[in-house]
Design a protein around this ligand. Sequence first.
Ligand code: EPZ
Length: 420
Amino acid sequence: MDRFIIRGGKPLHGEITIGGAKNAGLKLMVAGLLTGERLVLTNVPRIADIATMRDLLVQHGVAVEDLNGDGSSYSIGGEITNTEAPYDIVSKMRASILVLGPLLARCRKARVSLPGGCAIGTRPVDMHLKGLETLGAEIRLEGGYINATAPNGLIGDRVILPFASVGATENLLMAATLAKGRTEIVNAAREPEIGDLVACLNAMGAKITGSGSGTLVIDGVDSLHGAEHRIMPDRIECGTYACAAGITGGDLKLLGGRVDDLGAVVRALEETGVEVTQESYGMRVRRTGALRGIDIMTEPYPGFPTDMQAQFMAMLAVAEGASMITETIFENRFMHVPELNRMGARINVHGSSAIIRGVHALSGAPVMATDLRASFSLILAGLAAHGETTLSRVYHLDRGYEAVEKKLAACGANIERVKG
Ligand code: EPZ
């Protein structure tokens, strides 16, 4: 298993290109199941989860062609010959559950493994299933699999989500594009990645309105056609590198970054003492003085995103004063805390809140990645720490971030990947 060796203490200066959004790209690939024609996606991030999604679609029978041979553009299309999503793929990547709605819409049946839990929480899919039943699906759980049929096709209806679930919104949205009649998804998630999915689906001939409003209205059509879509920039990657500028006292140009996508993160960065400006090339982030502690609560968009919580905690670990971070989305997303404390941070977890008392400096140490965002939190700490940090289990990071060591080293970081 690869590991990173990081020698901290150097402010980062330079340019970092922000790639295509993982949490948009994965769903846009699934949208390729909704038509037999070619869906072309560009600005595809080269990360492990995208490769896993490619494998999943291929085993469903559709062709996934790497148009440039470098993983940056995919052409997806063809007929579905297998409506089963197996446990070995679904358990590796939870986003696989999103094939359920499209398979039901196109083939009127699907057998999809239940994803099971993951490091950050139990992550049930009850809202996905109840919503599809509202649209006429018959669902039976057996042997760890979801057996779903819609013998008469899906029928549009009003679905009220008890929580603004990103995945449930996306599953129902894609299913509804081919349902008979109108579907309303009330309390729909409003994350920008869903707006990107709506734009692509409408380009494919879907009839969707209400993007970003919390209520999505979909008028079903008989079929969708091919399209070409450029994946939006990854706002979480952008926010993550903004924290790298903050924690190292640097100044970074994040090419392609969009301030508007980051919402509450921009306010939190500025309150902490990181200046953020939108420039023609993207987003500029630089530390303007001492970091100051702040309080954060994670919430659905446009609130502070849970996917930025671990990264921000690393930065607040060396801020002046105390901070409190409350995680309201997942029940176990503080696994980076003991690792940060091994580096000299002073963080105490009380239920869903973490109290962070800023320290003057962190010390390098051997630490272990536990999940995608936690792994970057430890990189950030290592970039600021005195001495050497070794981060193991870097495969967690490779699932969702592209070429991290290259992007950071190009801005002056002393970081290397040791193959293992
Ligand atoms: C998406 O996960 C993202 N993943 C997550 O990013 C992100 O943290 C999350 O949205 C919240 O923004 C992808 O887009 C691939 P949810 P998702 O459904 O769709 C509960 C990352 O680091 N829930 O909004 O699974 C669930 O347990 C990843 O890139 C139910 O109870 O998130 C969780 O507590 C991590 N029943 C909360 O809702 C359901 O049927 C939010 O889940 C569905 C969800």
